[in-house]
Design a protein around this ligand. Structure first.
Ligand SMILES: Nc1ncnc2c1ncn2[C@@H]1O[C@H](COP(=O)(O)OP(=O)(O)OP(=O)(O)O)[C@@H](O)[C@H]1O
Ligand SMILES: [Mg+2]
Length: 471
């Protein structure tokens, strides 16, 4: 397996515990270095790579807390996962007070440990990016007229993803760290934030890039057909099964399976999915032979899966299996610093495609673009810019904002970085539905008005309990 660039130190005097933890970390594709004592660890050189320390509390000589204290004095922070035996509560309280990132009691469950390690690695990456930039986050540089003559550098492996702010950089870094491993990734984020691009980038940067990237949109396939889509079926297993069919699990063998909108996975199918993820085996619908695969999983959702678990709408065991490496893609309104670059990128792309001689974006247009709340995120921005390019006749982009002139209207879910509350989202959806005469889909439907996909809007409507009279 290739190297993620991260390094995890393991300090434990018990050789079998130490080697067990190191094996787990290595099997996730992450490099590790082991030490039998705190003294040994502190004396060893530490390269400045992202990573963390898995530290046993009860050590001969310097104990875990002493190591933590000495480390805190010695320069850049290394997040710590403390491991302790039962009954060490005073110890754990002290460690947490001193800034321990995670605290786990032995014997530790592999999944819980690996997920704590991933959290620490991610936080060390974020820290590194933050300290390198001295807090230039969230600010949009002075809005001036933008000229479209200079090139935008894109990394094709990263699916032509564009961005420059801290939020974006930390996504890229997380992708680079997790891609080479076989860990399951859960991509979280609102609609249109780029979750699918993230999933593709993870595949492209993984050793599986020569295999298939297979996508299943759990919201777009009727529940009754989803099982056979995923696992395939044998001839004659149900009416209409006229021939044997391979499921997407089999098509993704040696590649990556992207389970999009995983929150819409029917409850009754979840145990079979869990088994397929955990044991890499399943049977086709109507079949008895067990099929084994070698598949890496990336799942995505715009729903709050944890809340669904609490409401018994999603199985807890599947949730924990998927939650090993969660990645949140922030909404566009929380990374407005990316809007100028994204705008240049999309305007150039569409102008070139349509043969328009647009060479600049006026400051007033940039101002409108950075102020709007973008409930449909990057997809909505892209749609707005495409429409604007079509309607521009001169050399300067004429911007056609969604419901221009209604910047204080209910389509503007929030201005400048505040989170969308369910009630404002509800109002915005109802307003869009009313404007669209109750129509959800189609070119003039509410989904298009909000820059959302029809299925996404329908799932939001279900979640927010918005009446079924809207179709
Ligand atoms: N960083 C980015 N740079 C350039 N284009 C982007 C970026 N992020 C997203 N896009 C574009 O925005 C659109 C939406 O992205 P994507 O389909 O990945 O979003 P999503 O989060 O999967 O949305 P949904 O929840 O609705 O499925 C796509 O056309 C994609 O190419
Ligand atoms: Mg998507």
């Amino acid at each position: 397996m290739s190297d993620t660039g991260a390094l995890v130190y393991v300090v434990d005097d018990d050789v079998s515990a130490r080697e067990g933890v190191a094996r787990l970390i290595r099997s996730a594709g992450v490099m590790t270095r082991t030490f039998a004592s705190g003294e040994e660890f502190l004396a060893a050189p530490r390269p400045e790579t992202p990573g963390c320390l898995v530290l046993d509390v009860n050590l001969p000589g310097l104990n875990g807390l002493d190591v933590q204290e000495k480390l805190a004095k010695s320069g850049p922070q290394l997040p710590i996962v403390f491991l302790t035996g039962h009954g060490d509560i005073p110890m754990s309280v002290r460690a947490v007070k001193a800034g321990a990132a995670e605290f786990l009691t032995k014997p530790v469950d592999d999944e819980a440990l690996m997920s704590a390690i991933w959290r620490c690695i991610t936080s060390s990456v974020e820290e590194e990016i933050r300290s390198g930039q001295n807090g230039r986050n969230g600010e949009v540089s002075k809005l001036e007229e933008i000229y479209l003559d200079d090139e935008i550098c894109l990394d094709r492996n990263l699916g032509n993803m564009v961005g420059q702010g801290l939020g974006f950089q930390s996504i890229l870094k997380s992708i680079q760290i997790v891609a080479p491993t076989d860990s399951t990734v859960l991509v979280l984020g609102e609609t249109g934030t780029g979750k699918e691009l993230v999933a593709q980038a993870i595949h492209e940067l993984s050793p599986r890039r020569k295999g298939n990237f297979v996508k299943v949109n759990c919201a777009a396939i009727p529940a009754s057909l989803l099982e056979s889509e995923l696992f395939g079926h044998e001839k004659g297993s149900f009416t209409g099964a006229v021939a044997q069919k391979l499921g997407r699990f089999e098509l993704a063998h040696k590649g990556t399976l992207f389970l999009d909108e995983i929150g819409e996975m029917p409850l009754e199918l979840q145990p079979k999915l869990l088994r397929a993820i955990q044991d890499q085996e399943f049977e086709r619908v109507g079949g008895t032979r067990t099929i084994r695969t070698d598949v890496r999983f990336v799942a995505a959702t715009n729903r709050d899966l944890k809340a669904m678990v609490d409401e018994n709408e999603f199985r807890a065991d599947l949730y924990y299996r998927l939650h090993v490496f969660p990645m949140s893609v922030p909404p566009l309104r929380e990374r407005r610093e990316d809007i100028p670059l994204l705008t240049r990128y999309f305007v150039k792309k569409h102008a070139q495609r349509m043969g328009r001689a647009i060479d600049r974006i006026p400051a007033s247009a940039m101002e409108a673009l950075t102020r709007y709340a973008w409930p449909g995120n990057i997809r909505e921005l892209q749609n707005v810019l495409e429409r604007s390019v079509i309607l521009t006749h001169g050399n300067a982009l004429e911007i056609i904002m969604p419901d221009l002139g209604e910047m204080s209207g209910s389509h503007v879910l929030s201005i400048c970085g505040s989170k969308t509350s369910p009630s404002s989202e509800r109002q915005a959806i109802i307003k869009a539905l009313e404007d669209a005469n109750g129509l959800v889909g189609g070119a003039s439907g509410a989904a298009a008005r909000l820059g959302l996909k029809r299925t996404t809007l329908q799932s939001r409507m279900r979640k927010l309990n918005i009446a079924r009279q809207y179709r």
